[in-house]
Structures are given as structure tokens and as C-alpha cells.
Design a protein around this ligand. Structure first.
Ligand code: DLZ
Length: 169
């Protein structure tokens, strides 16, 4: 017996090369972006990358909802609130955590990663972990600018997961 997931004609066939990051159709998808105001300059670069990825997937500007929270620690809660509105097919949480002299980085990075995973599983709304966890600012720059802007992949990941959810529900 085929489950709806296994009969999916979209995202789950990615492994069969039918679907890839190159031909995702997000024209009917509404994507939420939650970004932090901590490390704002880097985060804005990541958001630009996200929007480039979304645009390549035909997500229209009017279907992109954007909001901000103070820091990465607030991302899971905000993602939960947004997911529960039922207005987004996928959510991208984005922030930048840079290691300092204390244990703050370790606690927050771990809590945020687990929190974001939990919100996705609890609400069945895909929540992309768009948080850079870096040792220093150079590592951040290397991953948020130019050809290695991780935001670009996060945008495409959100569309792929939104399509997967649409097929599964
Ligand atoms: C407090 C703090 C510190 C020290 N560093 C960062 C950081 O590098 N990236 C980030 O997104 N947020 C940081 N924050 C703020 C926390 O995420 C959070 O906003 C506060 O602890 C309040 O809950």
C-alpha cells in the first residue's frame, strides 16, 4: 500500500533526480522569515540570500512574510507563534551566533537547534534552521556573502519542505 508520502510526485523524488534545488515550484507557497536583530548586518546578508533562493523558486514577494526578534534564543518561540497562525507553508528562522568568552554560545546554540526542530515536529510546519553558529566573525562572513551565502540554500530548503508538506497533508 502506498502512503501519500511515498506516492508524492514532488519532494520525495529528489533522490531520483526528478526534483532538485534547480526546479522547485514555490509559486503557490507562502514563506515566513523570522530574523534576529543581533548581528543585524550579517543577518541581513543571509536574508538577501534567502530571498534570492525563494525568487528562483518563483515565490512571489507578496508571499514572503518577514518579521524580527531580538536574538536567536527567541527564534523558536516566534516560529511557534507564526506556525500556529497557519499562514505559512514553511518558516525560515535566521540568526548568527558568534562564540564569545563564556559558555553562552554553547547553551544558546544547543537550545535553539533543539527548539526549532521541536516546533517543526509539533506544528507540522517545516522550520528551517537558518542559524550560523561560528567561532568568529570571519567564519560568518565566509558563509553569509558571495557564492557561499547559506541563506540561498535555506530559501530553497524551505520551498522543498513546503512542497513536501503539501503532498503529505
Ligand atoms: C545575549 C546574546 C549574545 C551574548 N550573543 C548573541 C549572539 O551572538 N547571537 C544572537 O542571536 N543572540 C545573542 N544574544 C541574545 C540572545 O539570543 C537572547 O536574545 C537574549 O539572551 C535574551 O533572551
Amino acid at each position: 500500500v502506498q502512503t501519500p508520502l511515498l506516492s508524492s510526485k514532488t519532494a520525495l523524488q529528489a533522490a531520483d533526480s526528478d526534483v532538485s534545488f534547480d526546479n522547485l515550484d514555490g509559486s503557490q507557497m507562502r514563506i515566513g522569515i523570522i530574523k534576529t536583530r543581533w548581528n543585524e548586518e550579517h543577518v541581513n546578508n543571509l536574508v538577501a540570500g534567502i530571498k534570492k533562493g525563494l525568487k528562483e523558486c518563483k515565490v512571489s514577494d507578496t508571499n514572503i512574510f518577514e518579521t524580527s526578534v531580538p536574538g536567536s534564543f527567541e527564534l523558536p518561540m516566534a516560529a511557534r507563534f507564526l506556525a500556529l497562525t497557519g499562514t505559512c507553508d514553511a518558516i525560515i528562522t535566521t540568526g548568527v551566533l558568534i562564540k564569545g568568552d563564556t559558555m553562552h554560545f554553547e547553551f544558546i546554540a544547543d537550545a535553539v537547534a533543539k527548539g526549532i526542530m521541536n516546533i517543526g515536529l509539533q506544528t507540522s510546519t517545516p522550520v528551517v534552521f537558518g542559524v550560523l553558529t561560528c567561532q568568529n566573525e570571519q567564519q560568518v562572513k565566509d558563509r553569509s556573502t558571495g557564492d557561499n551565502n547559506h541563506g540561498y540554500d535555506w530559501g530553497k530548503t524551505a520551498v522543498e519542505m513546503a512542497l513536501l508538506r503539501t503532498e503529505a497533508l
